[in-house]
Design a protein around this ligand. Structure first.
Ligand code: ZN
Length: 498
């Protein structure tokens, strides 16, 4: 086969995969936003067929052959095509390593597991979920061996979510967090809490929608390229670098909820919209990894969105939209209220300071489960003990404990740490950004263009052209978790007068 022909095939197969992915995403988006209630069945059938077709494309021997030819003559390829061969080749290898029958059985198991998990959570009954969780752990240990037999099982799984990250890297990271954050959280806990009651006054949804428009404007999210919808759990979905959708959830009695969903998802969208359009329709399009993506969404949400200058910048608009609700509130009150930190039980409701400790508990449990040091039956007890140790809270039942998240029932082991890593990467990016430019002057005027330009240059534009580790290196330098603990220490010392 000629090089030219092989490259033509490579490009064609990526466009095809793009089309299947787009169709699946559009169906999914329809299902969670505007589709009538009892219409899931047909979409389920269509999604199943699309997934099957995608699997066929990826496991087609002709694709493996094309990739092998290109890989052999890699020296002759330009950088973009060479990376495509690398990435697609890796994806093909990972998929074909799992025997088809096991793959199907596992897909059925995760389907069933989701349903069992829902019921178990509702009744707060871990015993109901235990047998399924045992099977999921067993499968994941086995899959880890297929992914990379040379790595310890949990390392192999971590590597699937965040290439280059392993337990040695995370042990060091979490040790720093444990050492610095546990005492900081204790110190904060001894101080009086700011008043947050005004956040729960009645904020009509119409006003909140206008507020979302304003916030999207601040993030320079052009509505001709970025749509906003409403779902119970907010998320971001990207089709191309010109077509991204975000969702939010308006709660009439919680104005901060949608405020921070829009900024968080807006941060994900900002990333996607800044990826080099030349990478569209290829396997290099879109954000590079979950950890890097969270570093961007959390940068906008927490580092910028919960900063004093930013709150001062948006407060006038808030007052204009909600004059009665905020008549007796100052920007300073608002800044303190949206940063209230308090150890709690539920990860997704946790504040910026305590959030990573929730992740640390899950990391330690996953590491021990997949490593074989912890039996599934002992998960609740370990969970409760670690929550007491790190966060100082008593877990009343498993629904508020080890059954709260859906990740394990979906078969995701090794996914949680990327949330914490993302937060830490963001803090280190801030440190570097502050050395190069005035960050807070413009932010205080509601001008985020400098921040976005920096992130675009160092992170966004590459898509998957660089690996996650290369992008982190590019934007952070050598990873240093103390940038994150220093950032939190400074912020909360100021907030709580420590
Ligand atoms: Zn996110």
């Amino acid at each position: 086969m000629e090089m030219k022909e092989a490259i033509g095939r490579l490009e064609a197969v990526q466009r095809k995969l793009f089309a299947y992915n787009s169709a699946s995403s559009a169906l999914y988006l329809d299902g969670v936003t505007v589709a009538p209630r009892d219409t899931a069945e047909g979409r389920g059938v269509a999604l199943g067929v699309l997934a099957g077709e995608r699997h066929k494309i990826m496991t087609d021997p002709a694709l493996a052959e094309t990739l092998a030819i290109l890989d052999e003559r890699k020296g002759e390829l330009d950088r973009v095509h060479a990376r495509q061969v690398e990435e697609l080749g890796r994806a093909v290898r990972q998929i074909t390593r799992i025997p088809a029958e096991e793959y199907m059985d596992y897909a059925m198991l995760t389907n069933q597991a989701d349903d069992v998990w829902h019921r178990a959570k509702e009744r707060s009954d871990f015993e109901l979920f235990r047998p399924v969780l045992e099977k999921l752990v067993e499968y994941n240990r086995k899959f880890a061996g297929y992914y990379d037999p040379d790595k310890a099982p949990y390392d192999a799984l971590l590597n699937e979510y965040e290439r280059g990250v392993d337990t040695a890297y995370l042990d060091n990271f979490f040790a720093v967090l444990r050492e610095k954050l546990v005492p900081l959280i204790r110190a904060v806990g001894e101080k009086p809490q700011p008043d947050t009651a005004f956040l729960r006054r009645t904020y009509p949804v119409e006003g909140q929608k206008r507020f979302s428009d304003y916030l999207m404007g601040l993030l320079d999210l052009d509505r001709a390229h970025c749509g906003i919808g409403e779902t119970e759990h907010p998320f971001t979905l990207n089709f191309t670098s010109q077509d991204v959708r975000i969702t939010t959830n308006y709660k009439e009695n919680d104005v901060a909820s949608s405020l921070y969903s829009v900024i968080h998802e807006g941060g994900h969208a900002r990333y996607e919209l800044n990826v080099d359009p030349a990478l569209d329709y290829t396997c290099l399009a879109g954000g590079v990894s979950m950890g890097v993506h969270e570093s961007q969404s959390r940068f906008y949400e927490n580092i910028i969105g919960r900063s004093r200058p930013f709150i001062e910048a948006i407060f006038l608009k808030m007052r204009e939209l909600f004059p009665e609700q905020l008549a007796d509130v100052t920007a300073e009150d608002m800044w303190q209220a949206v940063n209230r930190a308090e150890p709690s039980l539920i990860r997704i409701e946790a504040d910026e300071l305590t959030y990573c400790l929730h992740i640390m508990v899950r990391y330690e449990i996953e590491k021990a489960l997949i490593g074989g040091a912890l039996a599934v039956k002992d998960v609740p007890e370990t969970w409760n003990r670690l929550y007491k140790e790190y966060l100082g809270v008593d877990v009343p039942d498993d629904a508020h404990g080890c059954l709260q998240d859906s990740h394990w029932s979906g078969g995701s082991f090794g996914y949680f740490p990327s949330y914490a890593l993302g937060s830490a990467y963001g803090a280190q990016m801030l440190r570097n950004m502050e050395k190069e430019m005035d960050v807070w002057g413009p932010v205080g005027r509601g001008d985020l263009s400098g921040v976005t330009a920096w992130l675009k240059e160092k992170v966004h534009r590459y898509g998957c052209l660089l690996t996650p580790a290369e992008i982190v290196k590019n934007a952070c330098g050598d990873f240093d978790p103390t940038a994150y603990t220093d950032y939190l220490t400074k912020k909360y010392t100021e907030l709580y007068g420590l």
